[in-house]
Design a protein around this ligand. Structure first.
Ligand code: BGC
Length: 378
């Protein structure tokens, strides 16, 4: 009997050790798979509800987005000292996002990201005029681009992706064709924010989609990005005129302030470029998804890599930020060069530049684009 009791106790002990080991395993497995999405009301726009979706992965990284403008509102990542911080610019509430002069913080840009000279272009002999909103040019889709409309959002199975859908009607902002566009944001288990775009049209149109998140990898600790190290895998860029319209040339970066082929402090040559960086780099890449740029911020240790299927990237150093925006997150003053964007795209003014990759989308074709921003520390 005594033996039995000892035996049972030993067995219990063994079982509980196994159980502990198992539950440790479980908690690891769980922590890898505890992707979740929460929602909260973010106000109303044109009488319709705006919702903020917050995606959390098993490592605790969070990405938030709203269906107004299919806009990224927060990307919260860990620094090398294990503290968490929000690495993109934004506002505390919807009022910030809808304010006049919001410089497209975190938004989805379309129908045509970047500039079209005088908003004018011709398809099959028909001349179209996109809405002018930037010194006589059309910028980022015109007066009411995809950043200023409400998208329909759906949480996808798996609790790590949100899909946003928008129908841009024929003639909207001067663009032909009913365009069905879809953006899927995914927060992956390896701390990547994946953005997948799909679109189709019923008339030939031009299309150039991007995301306009502004990054400051110190998460608000530095008022500028001069000490961020940027590397862009591009030997060439497209120079622009005074209106920031490409001249049509494709020039070598070598020996110029535009050379980011090796990691370089943003502040190193920024004064040699009028206003700062606001250019399209011609990526050294084949077709398909490829890592083409990275940013390292030494004090936080945060490291961001950018992969894309697109042929170009607009590296913009926040030249037109003036510190005048209201309702900013934690009251941060976003002054000139506070943050930078890495907008993966087709080249600016492509509809008027026959030597640039085409931005035409025809009926029966499907537009696909993928861009992945991956966060780590080193
Ligand atoms: C453009 C800038 C523009 C900014 C607006 C960038 O994508 O390249 O010229 O001022 O968007 O926020």
């Amino acid at each position: 009997m005594k033996k039995n009791v000892v035996g049972s106790l030993l067995l219990l002990c063994f079982l509980s050790i196994v159980d502990m080991a198992c539950s440790n395993n479980n908690s690891n497995t769980n922590s890898m798979s505890t992707a979740k999405i929460t929602t909260q009301s973010f106000g109303t726009f044109e009488g319709k509800p705006v919702t903020e979706y917050t995606l959390t992965n098993g490592n605790g990284m969070q990405v938030s987005l709203i269906n107004y403008g299919a806009t990224l509102t927060k990307i919260i990542t860990q620094a090398k000292d294990s503290t968490w911080g929000d690495v993109i610019t934004g506002y505390d509430s919807l009022a910030g996002y809808v304010q006049e002069g919001n410089p497209y913080f975190g938004a989805t840009i379309g129908r045509f990201a970047n500039r079209i000279a005088k908003g004018t272009y011709t398809i099959d002999g028909v001349t179209y005029k996109a809405a002018l909103n930037n010194n006589g040019q059309s910028l980022h889709g015109g007066l009411k681009g995809f950043d200023k409309v409400l998208w329909d959002a759906i949480i996808l199975p798996g609790d790590s992706s949100v899909q946003l859908n928008y129908l841009s009607k024929d003639g909207e902002e001067g663009y032909p064709g009913n365009l069905k566009v879809q953006v899927v944001y995914t927060l992956t288990a390896n701390n990547a924010v994946k953005i997948e775009y799909t679109a189709s049209t019923d008339k030939t149109t031009v299309l150039n989609l991007t995301n306009h998140a502004y990054f400051n990898l110190t998460a608000g600790k530095s008022p500028n990005i001069y000490d961020h190290l940027v590397q862009i895998n591009a030997d060439k860029y497209t120079p622009v005129d005074a209106s920031l319209i490409p001249t049509g040339e494709i020039l070598e970066v070598k020996g110029t302030p535009m050379d980011f082929t090796q990691p370089k402090r943003v502040g190193q040559d920024i004064d040699k470029v009028t206003g700062g960086y606001d250019h399209n780099w011609v990526l050294n890449k084949e077709e398909g998804l490829q890592e083409i740029a990275n940013v390292y911020e030494p004090t936080s240790g945060r490291y961001l890599t950018v992969a894309t299927t697109e042929p170009g990237i607009q590296f913009y150093s926040g030249n037109f930020l003036t510190g005048s925006l209201t309702g900013t997150k934690n009251g941060i003053i976003y002054n000139k060069h506070y943050a930078l964007t890495l907008e993966t795209q087709h080249f600016p003014d492509a509809p008027n530049q026959p030597s640039f990759p085409s931005t035409l989308l025809k009926p029966g074709e499907t537009y696909h684009q993928t861009t992945v921003y991956t966060f780590s520390t080193k």
